[in-house]
Design a protein around this ligand. Structure first.
Ligand code: ZN
Length: 164
């Protein structure tokens, strides 16, 4: 309910809110950040951790979540990791892109595919600040994500479950 009312509130503000969000963000090229999800290109360089671990990748997912909060989007973040390397990451872009499917996990999967090609996702691990919803799990299953790890205690949720 809270998400819905927040979305409705932002939508009712229209372009003004979107401009305020844009003005609040200064770290990344705006044209890349605010392109639609389907057309977005990778918008920022990926920073690899010195020592890969679940804790480090979950911490990165939470930093994505914090970025979502800074930008006024829903408070979720996600990171895709393959062979100990971050290959994609994102905060929720639902409000920024006006795309109800642009959950952090979906956006991180898209980011990884754009950077490395869809094949790079097979066998990768999806780290999320919260337990992935059924839509994101279906997408993760579809692209071959092997394992999902979520939350502050890095809970291993196992492989994603497809809806179909
Ligand atoms: Zn989701």
């Amino acid at each position: 309910m809270e998400k819905r009312s927040s979305l409705t509130r932002l939508e009712s503000c229209g372009k003004v809110s979107r401009r305020k969000v844009m003005a609040a963000f200064c770290g990344i090229g705006l044209s890349g950040l605010f392109a639609t999800s389907s057309a977005a290109s990778p918008s920022h360089p990926l920073v690899q951790p010195g020592e890969p671990s679940d804790a480090v990748f979950i911490e990165r997912a939470f930093s994505m979540k914090n970025r979502a909060i800074e930008l006024g989007d829903q408070a979720y973040g996600a990171v895709v990791v393959s062979n100990g390397q971050i290959i994609g990451e994102s905060w929720s872009r639902v409000l920024l892109d006006e795309d109800p499917t642009a959950h952090a996990e979906m956006s991180a999967l898209r980011d990884a595919a754009k950077r490395s090609g869809p094949g790079a996702l097979r066998g990768a691990v999806l780290y999320s600040s919260s337990h992935p919803c059924s839509m994101c799990q279906a997408a993760a299953d579809w692209v071959g994500i092997a394992t999902m790890i979520y939350g502050g205690s890095a809970t291993n949720a196992g492989p994603p479950r497809s809806c179909g």
